[in-house]
Design a protein around this ligand. Structure first.
Ligand SMILES: [Zn+2]
Length: 426
């Protein structure tokens, strides 16, 4: 029988921990709230996992609040990376994609490192597109349970592929040929717990920049309709313009990668509100790691550089054409942590830093159907908040360079704190 003293200790611990955890007051020198407002000397009151209020510094702070002074920094909403591969883990020794086979549980365990790197890049939400054996569903659920510390995840499970492909067979994906098989595959993916469906509408990936359309328009349309009928959304991957054109006409919710799109397709994307996730920087990452990490064959780098140039020009045209643009890093292996470098390309193509910031906050939040919970520091929203050094509205590298990310809160919990290091440096 437990003694009265033990019970009392439990009671005190339980009471004090809730009292400390419940209310937090965050002070920022400047706050970009993600809805277009900028606060000076802001105070954000966080209640459990949500933002309760945002105000200028003169507002009184509740007496029970834990005060976190981030006044040397600029506060921004937690960042969203809309195209990732969190279960692609690299051990630093073997060549990625030729690693020894791993049990799915081992993959989930190891991928926690990628999750941590995402948080350190200020990324508090990801959309993960293609993972084997339910490893992404497991991570999503463990993170939601608070048992793994990581970004909240929207996941696609296995991507839908077709046997009619010129590319070498890949291990991850459901093979589906024909309208009936595609409908079955989309339902199977959703039934297995996915939030999104991913379809590979063309070849291309890693060192392969081929752009052959795989699924037909009818197959894409069947996948879109089967997905929407179950209340979910679908992302279609296409490296080339033909797959992109059909993906957009078929009603994909987002289009991934895609170069050389014609004016009609771009106009159609703007009209239909198709989100475009160009993932320009991921090929830059492959160029940088082509020899040292991936050991790509000769000529791969030149092909990647040519692809980057066309990818950038197409994305620029889409931005100028009014298409909703979204940051997707396509992060894999040691690319984790570089998640927000895509923002530099967006500014280079003519976005203001404020417009670029939206492509990693408000725009992907809306794409995910989470525009009332994610992408802003505002009452009722999840307390996903990042403190950066510098002013992102003057220079986007305050966000895109990971070393400028100083402190991260996800759902009211501090998950990264590098503010003390700065104090020592001063
Ligand atoms: Zn990808």
């Amino acid at each position: 029988m437990p003694s009265a003293r033990v019970l009392l200790v439990f009671l005190v611990l339980a009471t004090s921990s809730t009292a400390v955890a419940a209310t937090k007051a965050l002070k920022f020198g400047k706050l970009i709230d993600g809805t277009g407002r900028v606060f000076t000397n802001a105070v954000v009151i966080v209640e459990d996992d949500r933002v309760q209020s945002v105000a200028n510094g003169n507002e009184p702070i509740p007496g029970n609040a834990e005060v976190i002074d981030l006044s040397p920094y600029t506060g921004i909403p937690g960042l969203i990376d809309a195209h990732t591969h969190i279960t692609y883990y690299w051990d630093g020794h073997t060549t990625p994609r030729s690693e020894p086979p791993r049990h799915p549980a081992v993959t989930v365990f190891l991928a926690q490192e990628n999750a941590q790197k995402a948080l350190e890049a200020g990324v508090t939400t990801i959309r993960n597109l293609n993972a084997a054996d339910g490893t992404d569903v497991a991570m999503r659920d463990l993170i939601n349970m608070g048992r793994i510390i990581g970004p909240r995840m929207f996941v696609s499970g296995l991507g839908i592929r077709i046997t009619r492909s010129t590319a070498p067979p890949t291990p991850i994906g459901i093979m589906a040929d024909g309208v009936d098989a595609v409908i079955h595959a989309a339902r199977q993916v959703i039934g297995s717990g996915a939030d999104w469906v991913k379809m590979f509408g063309s070849t291309g990936g890693f060192d392969d920049v081929s752009e052959f359309q795989t699924f037909t328009f009818d197959e894409m349309k069947a996948a879109v309709e089967a997905t929407h009928a179950l209340g979910k959304k679908i992302a279609i991957h296409s490296y080339g313009p033909a797959g992109a054109r059909d993906a957009v006409r078929a009603g994909a919710d987002s289009l991934e990668h895609a170069t050389d799109m014609d004016d009609q397709t771009i106009a159609e994307m703007a009209r239909r509100n198709t989100y475009y996730v160009p993932t320009i920087d991921h090929n830059q990452y492959y160029v940088e790691n082509a020899d040292s990490v991936f050991h790509f064959p000769p000529g791969a780098k030149d092909r990647l550089l040519d692809y980057i140039r066309r990818n950038f020009e197409t994305a620029k045209k889409a931005f100028q054409g009014g298409v909703h643009m979204v940051v997707g890093s396509d992060a894999v292996y040691n690319g984790w942590g570089l998640n927000m470098r895509e923002l530099d390309w967006f500014v280079k193509m003519g976005m203001t830093p404020a417009q670029a910031l939206k492509t990693a906050t408000a725009e992907p939040a809306a794409m995910l159907g989470m525009e009332k919970s994610l992408g802003a520091v505002a009452p009722g929203f999840y307390a996903d908040i990042v403190a950066v050094g510098g002013d992102p509205l003057a220079d986007i590298t305050a966000v895109s360079k990971t070393e400028n990310i100083r402190w991260v809160m996800r759902a009211g919990r501090v998950v990264v704190d590098k503010t003390k290091r700065t104090e020592r440096a001063n």
